[in-house]
Design a protein around this ligand. Structure first.
Ligand SMILES: C[S@@+](CC[C@H](N)C(=O)[O-])C[C@H]1O[C@@H](n2cnc3c(N)ncnc32)[C@H](O)[C@@H]1O
Length: 475
């Protein structure tokens, strides 16, 4: 049996690119991909499967180059998804209320269904007002970074803001993409139900772990997975897997960017990345790292994220800290432990500052803000890496003690997750750990083996939690 998900006890070399860190980025060498290609048989792409033995190496190199470009292209669809969420939930460009879950469910996903909808329902009036306001906002975005982003996304989709039909074209684009996103959401729900129907928690977790393999690459992020990582790290320390002050080099694969990407997302403060600082905070709180020695780097393929972190570093070099806004919606009913995490978040890495003003439309949202010490921000390095097909070429002493990948490998199927695992193994020190909230296939040839997991519940809402699994690189 190929799949050996954490011991079944669970209940639940192409062209080198210059990285911003200055470290060489290399493609997954054929020799590392080979055992995966051999083990996966039919499920690998036909061109790899059918290549004659003597041409497999060049075929691999060509496929890896092509596939990397395709994966990076998925970012554009993720950008469109971000604009949709901004349209539905943003409050910076409109006075119209956010759409509720119930209203979202009323939006027909097929144009043909429009005719069957009663005209002038509450969601329609609200939705049309939001579209109108967003389109107007993108015409004159001013300094609103999200409107500027929406404008450039529309421009890339062919909207010419100087043309007379710009408004019409922008509205059509927004309607089409809202339909697409809602349709996709419905199919994810169906897939989740089908996974539940397997009546096998291990299989269900494995199925959930590749749920978004066809979806655009989204950058969304939120605080609960960071809390789950802290709980998992604490457990690893308790079990003696991580020793006091033993962690120095940490890599966050796919830290995300808080834009407005969810019903719980907000657009009334600047976009921010949270996970690198959350991890540092947790490692220091648990005394797993020393403040003067810990280095947390970012590995991502999104230019938006890499540029965001680089900008924060440049500002930190001039002595400016990085402010993180921490919203909490009491209506979600977080567990006491998660609320406590939110209350002391940042006390190891910065100091509390006055938070942004919560707009009247979001009455009830509670906000804290923390300014991260510039020294920690300055120390971060960025690597432009597609983890499925690339790795940073690190000297032994530069390799990571810990790599973190939450809500990223779920965007890939089993084959590409296994390729990512080989790249992760290559960047970890012997005995180092990957922490992820996905169940990954363990091939006999893999250097990585699951060593434990921790289930963390966020609220009383159904399925609101994560399983954090830790995989260890062979010593
Ligand atoms: C949904 S966000 C998750 C953010 C954060 N880790 C969290 O759990 O809240 C996915 C992140 O993974 C990044 N990502 C997706 N595919 C990637 C790949 N192949 N290589 C590197 N980064 C990737 C995205 O750019 C984004 O930063």
């Amino acid at each position: 049996m190929m799949r050996r998900l954490f011991a079944a006890t669970i209940v639940i070399g192409v062209a080198a690119l210059a990285a911003r860190s200055g470290t060489q980025i290399e493609s997954t060498p054929f020799d590392d991909a080979k055992p995966i290609l051999e083990a996966m048989g039919e499920i690998i792409p036909a061109e790899l499967h059918d290549a004659p033995a003597e041409h497999r190496r060049e075929t691999w190199d060509a496929w890896a180059r092509k596939r990397d470009a395709e994966i990076r292209d998925r970012l554009a669809q993720g950008d469109a998804d971000s604009v949709v969420n901004f349209l539905l939930f943003g409050t910076s460009f409109t006075a119209a209320p956010r759409l509720t879950s119930e209203q979202l469910r009323s939006i027909p996903t097929q144009t043909a269904d429009d005719a069957r909808q009663p005209v002038g329902t509450a969601w329609q009036t609200l939705f049309e007002k939001r579209v109108e306001d967003l389109v107007r906002g993108t015409m004159t975005p001013g300094a609103n970074e999200r409107l500027r982003f929406a404008r450039s996304t529309l421009q890339r989709a062919g909207v010419d803001f100087a043309a007379a039909e710009a408004k019409q074209k922008a509205s059509t684009y927004l309607y089409e993409n809202v339909r697409r996103v809602i349709h996709e959401q419905a199919s994810f729900q169906q897939a989740l139900q089908a996974a539940k129907g397997l009546n096998d928690p291990v299989e269900e977790f494995a199925e959930r772990s590749k749920l978004y393999k066809e979806r655009g690459l989204s950058l969304d992020t939120s605080l609960p997975p960071d809390y789950a990582l802290e709980v998992a790290l604490k457990e690893m320390k308790r079990r003696g897997l991580l020793k006091a002050e033993s962690v120095q080099r940490v890599g966050i694969i796919g830290p995300g960017l808080d834009f407005t990407d969810k019903q719980e997302g907000f657009d009334f403060y600047p976009t921010q990345t949270v996970q690198p600082f959350a991890l540092t905070d947790s490692l220091l709180r648990l005394q797993l790292a020393k403040p003067e020695a810990v280095e947390v780097d970012v590995l991502d393929l999104s230019p938006r994220i890499l540029e965001h972190v680089e900008r924060a570093r440049r500002l930190a070099a001039t002595g400016r800290g990085y402010t993180i806004q921490l919203p909490r919606n009491p209506a979600v009913g977080w567990k006491t432990e998660l609320q406590a995490y939110w209350e002391h978040f940042g006390d190891q890495v910065g100091s509390p500052v006055a938070p942004a003003a919560v707009p009247p439309a979001l009455k009830g949202i509670t906000l804290r803000a923390v300014k991260i010490r510039p020294a920690l921000v300055r120390r971060m390095k960025t690597f432009d890496v597609d983890i499925v097909l690339q790795r940073a070429n690190l000297q032994e002493e530069e390799k990571f003690d810990l790599l973190i990948a939450t809500n990223i490998l779920v965007y890939y199927g089993t084959f590409e997750q296994s390729l990512a695992m080989t790249n992760i193994a290559a960047m970890l020190k012997p005995g180092g750990f990957l922490l992820t909230n996905n169940a990954l296939l363990e091939l006999p040839s893999s250097e990585m083996h699951s060593a434990g997991y921790q289930t963390v519940v966020y609220s009383g809402r159904p399925d609101d939690g994560d399983h954090i699994v830790w995989y260890q690189r062979k010593k």
